[in-house]
Design a protein around this ligand. Structure first.
Ligand code: ADP
Length: 264
């Protein structure tokens, strides 16, 4: 049986005592090496889930367990070693003046020795196809290249879980497709548990399981094809199932892999 890596147990959250609840009684489990897509309209609570997973927020009710440890102030630093996050805006994630400095940053904070850092910079930038940009200043890169460097920076610290929170939202269709391909490759090679958070149903095709959020509650949890079959119900909660996603899913069933957006 697969090991459980993440567990939400009856989690409720609000941004303050006077604020409305933005997550209500959410319960789900994620297993090692699984690719989970969390989908929902804007404001449905997806990013809040990501921030709870990274310990940036704590739930008022319920429990979050990561790799057997309850997330709290005592465990959070340990847990952050295991959970890497890439966010929507790549410009907010850069700390280094060159690509290699940027990838090195997280490792420096964790006390890696120099030789190991050099090895990992090389390995992770190669894994995302950015090995030729070691000395480039991050602001000279395209949006997609920036996100690939952000992914390399996270991979360098060998997380068990990689979370992408709307990481393709600011990219054009080509950039989105390339990032999803990169993500799919690094997941396979590194045996990662992958959580992709999106409001775009194109991006759930490759996931093994999909969690659909609506107004802070889990609306459904199923295989991509089961989700796609609820087209009308999804439309009512603000999600459009694109024809190409259904087509890509059908092709996947017969062994033909299309990453996403073949027609856009
Ligand atoms: P999503 O990622 O699905 O768009 P979010 O988790 O960002 O949703 O937001 C869920 C709800 O929480 C929304 O109603 C949003 O307005 C509210 N919210 C998000 N961040 C804050 C904050 N810092 N303070 C108060 N409310 C917030």
């Amino acid at each position: 049986m697969r090991k459980k890596v993440i567990e939400f147990r009856n989690v409720s959250f609000r941004y303050g005592d006077e604020q409305p609840w933005v997550l209500r009684n959410c319960t789900f489990e994620i297993y090692e090496k699984e690719w989970i897509a969390i989908i929902g309209h804007n404001g449905s609570g997806k990013s809040t889930i990501a921030k709870l997973l990274n310990g940036l927020l704590s739930p008022q009710e319920g429990e979050i367990i990561i790799d057997g440890q309850q997330v709290n102030q005592d465990t959070i630093w340990n847990i952050r070693k295991d959970v890497g996050m890439v966010f929507q805006n790549p410009d907010n994630q850069f700390v280094g003046t060159t690509v290699q400095d940027d990838v090195a940053f997280g490792m420096e904070n964790r006390g890696f020795v120099r030789e190991e850092m050099i090895k990992r910079i090389d390995e992770t930038l190669s894994a995302v196809g950015m090995q030729d940009y070691l000395l480039t200043e991050p602001h000279r890169l395209s949006g997609g290249q920036k996100q690939r460097v952000a992914i390399a920076s996270v991979l360098a610290i060998s997380p068990q879980v990689l979370i992408l929170d709307e990481a393709t939202a600011m990219l054009d269709p080509k950039g989105r497709k390339e990032i999803m391909q990169t993500v799919s490759d690094v997941q396979e090679k590194n045996d990662l548990t992958l959580i992709t958070i999106t409001h775009d149903l194109h991006e759930v095709v490759q996931a093994e399981r999909v969690i659909v959020m609506n107004n802070g509650e889990i609306w459904d949890e199923a295989l991509p094809r089961e989700i796609f079959s609820k087209k009308e119900a999804l439309r009512k909660i603000g999600l459009d199932v694109p024809f190409v996603a259904i087509l890509a899913d059908e092709l996947k069933e017969v062994g033909i892999k299309i990453t996403q957006e073949p027609l856009n």
